[in-house]
Design a protein. Structure first.
Length: 367
């Protein structure tokens, strides 16, 4: 109001040329005010159902389309720099999914946590590895760095199923952010997964067609969408990021949705040539649901996997594949413990936790 009163006085005193200048200044001021209003975050809200009381629903600005995107947020009361855990929801879910293992892990480690929406379920073109969804995850990290004293050398990413897919994708799309990335039962090749899920009569193939505009092979543009949204297209750029890839050996069978080959092939992209699994070995694992005899000595006792006994484990520089006894699920405590040892721009730490610490059991991945 004072700006308008002062401007009115100036208008009365000055000639027409100065009036034009003042009018321009007023228009600029109003425009700035409107822009500031459009980027003012909505207030925090209670967390979605089944989340602990310490969690909140927050809204952060996503510059990609100038919208506010929801997320579940948690941060301990502390003034010191703390690690950040970014937790990603599963394929058909959104940020409301009660993946409380993220906040439980963050509370135990005194970390901050954010679980973004990244455009929700992977059934629309705006989601499912789109540039918009990728940008939303990056914006969530930037929001946390503004709101909390985050240690930039300890920003971690973890997800299961569709979240495992998005974790591997983000490792390749934005390797400069992460100190460590942990994927459970994730998808690396969307075109291959379309065929795999269609053969089982699962609806995920229809989701992919809705996202990409059709089935693989329908057109060059459709095939481009499958490639652009697939983690395998980008993973070679993640060679400097510690990447822990995990998969249950029985996944992909009995209406379980993601064959273990999706994770092994992701590992092979980053592994040294002499550390890769052969096509014949991958086929044997997928078909027989057991580890080939020549690989059975490559195992490790890892107590945090609990009953999901490690059947096969191999690392190559910054990437590791673990195939465990189980299906479409994961041992999230093991993932968080592994992440806690990783630091940005340092080689992966593959040491195993103290044998006195036991995992609480398998977490089933949501749809």
């Amino acid at each position: 109001m004072k700006i308008l009163q002062n401007s009115t006085k100036m208008i009365k005193k000055n000639n027409f040329g100065k009036l034009s200048i003042i009018a321009g200044i007023l228009s600029l001021a109003i425009g700035i005010s409107q822009a500031n209003e459009s980027t003012k975050s909505p207030t925090d809200e209670p967390a979605p159902p089944k989340w602990p009381a310490e969690a909140k629903t927050v809204w952060y600005h996503s510059p990609v389309d100038n919208t506010f995107q929801p997320a579940v947020y948690y941060a301990p009361e502390t003034g010191k720099p703390i690690p950040l855990l970014v937790g990603l929801h599963t394929w058909s879910a959104d940020y409301k999914q009660a993946n409380t293992y993220f906040i439980n892990g963050a509370k135990n480690k005194e970390w901050a946590m954010i679980c973004p929406n990244f455009r929700g379920a992977n059934t629309i073109p705006e989601a499912c590895g789109s540039d918009m969804a990728v940008a939303d995850i990056v914006s969530a990290v930037e929001y946390m760095k503004r709101r909390v004293n985050i240690d930039p050398n300890r920003i971690y990413l973890m997800g299961m199923s569709g979240g495992g897919y998005a974790s591997m994708l983000m490792a390749g799309r934005h390797p400069e952010i992460w100190a460590g990335v942990c994927s459970w039962v994730g998808i690396s090749d969307l075109a291959a997964w379309h065929a795999e899920t269609k053969s089982q009569g699962l609806n995920y193939s229809k989701h992919l067609e809705a996202v990409c505009g059709g089935a693989p092979g329908d057109s060059s543009e459709v095939d481009k969408q499958y490639r652009h949204r697939s983690a395998k297209t980008w993973l070679a750029q993640a060679s400097g990021v510690p990447l822990c890839i995990n998969h249950g050996i029985h996944d992909g069978h009995h209406k379980s949705s993601v064959p273990v080959s999706q994770s092994i092939n992701a590992y092979n992209i980053l592994a040294e040539e002499n550390k890769r699994l052969s096509a014949a070995q991958i086929q044997y694992i997928c078909q027989e649901e057991i580890i080939p005899p020549e690989l059975q000595s490559e195992t490790e006792t890892d107590p945090l996997y609990g009953k999901q006994v490690v059947l096969f484990r191999r690392s190559s520089k910054n990437v590791r594949i673990t195939i465990f006894e189980g299906g479409h699920g994961g041992a999230t405590e093991a993932g968080i413990e592994w992440l806690s040892k990783q630091y940005k721009n340092k080689a992966a730490d593959w040491s195993v936790s103290d044998s006195s610490i036991q995992g609480s059991g398998e977490i089933k991945a949501g749809k």
